[in-house]
Design a protein around this ligand. Structure first.
Ligand code: DX5
Ligand code: ZN
Length: 219
């Protein structure tokens, strides 16, 4: 079944704990936590202190998306803060293999993300080492942007590689996901839908999550 990972970026920042509990009540699978440093992306969001503070609030898996330069420097902090999955950007990481090893040795699942303008060739050499591939379908930095259609082709290409190799890798998509783009991403091959504005802005978040979880590859 499709997993849904709502982005805490769209939660009320003054009440993040309540936002997290709301996701849990609404049937979300993971909580997507967007970490931005104002360098790799223009915005600054939350850091390891907030992850640590949220950890006792819920047992939901924390899907931590690091949009920061030199992520290796901060991985130990995010591990000890209670991250279940840590996703780095291939554009920010010099020695990807060591970085992925550091995450896994720390007991978390390891993910690699790529921007809309980055070729999938940049991540394919590492695909056997991954638990998660996070395809960015907007330029990272802000919620509320429109889905970039060309990313469907990247999703299909990554799906083919994962299936051909028989790998146990979740393919996730992040940016501009709503019930229409989400359904089409699932048809193209994703396992996980990460989304902020359309879930937090939905009339009924629980109903929306239920609908998305019912999407299937065959349409
Ligand atoms: C964008 C973040 C996304 C973002 C998604 O840089 O990585 O996770 O919060 O927000 P929406 O769903 O509003 O595009
Ligand atoms: Zn994200």
């Amino acid at each position: 079944m499709i997993k849904v990972s709502p982005s805490m970026l769209s939660a009320d920042a003054s009440r993040l704990g309540e936002g997290l509990l709301r996701l849990e009540r609404c049937g979300a699978d993971w909580a997507h936590i967007d970490v931005m440093d104002g360098v790799f992306v223009p915005n600054i969001t939350i850091g390891q202190h907030v992850v640590r503070a949220l950890r006792p609030v819920s047992d939901m898996p924390f899907d931590v998306h690091l949009m920061i330069v030199n992520p290796v420097k901060h991985v130990p902090d995010f591990l000890s803060a209670g991250s279940d999955m840590i996703t780095l950007h291939v554009e920010t990481t010099e020695n990807v293999e060591d970085a992925l090893d550091m995450i896994r040795d720390g007991g978390a699942k390891a993910g690699l993300s790529l921007n809309p303008g980055t070729s999938i060739d940049s991540i394919l050499p590492f695909i056997d080492m991954l638990d998660l591939v996070l395809v960015m379908s907007v330029q990272p930095g802000f919620g509320g942007q429109s889905f970039q259609e060309h990313c469907l082709g990247k999703i299909k290409a990554i799906r083919e590689v994962v299936d051909d190799k028989g790998l146990d890798v979740d393919i996730s998509v992040d940016g501009g996901i709503n019930r229409d783009t989400g359904r089409r991403c699932v048809e193209a091959g994703v396992d996980v839908l990460a989304a902020g504005s359309s879930l937090f802005g939905a009339d009924d978040m629980a109903e929306e999550i239920k609908l998305w979880k019912g999407f299937s590859r065959k349409g």
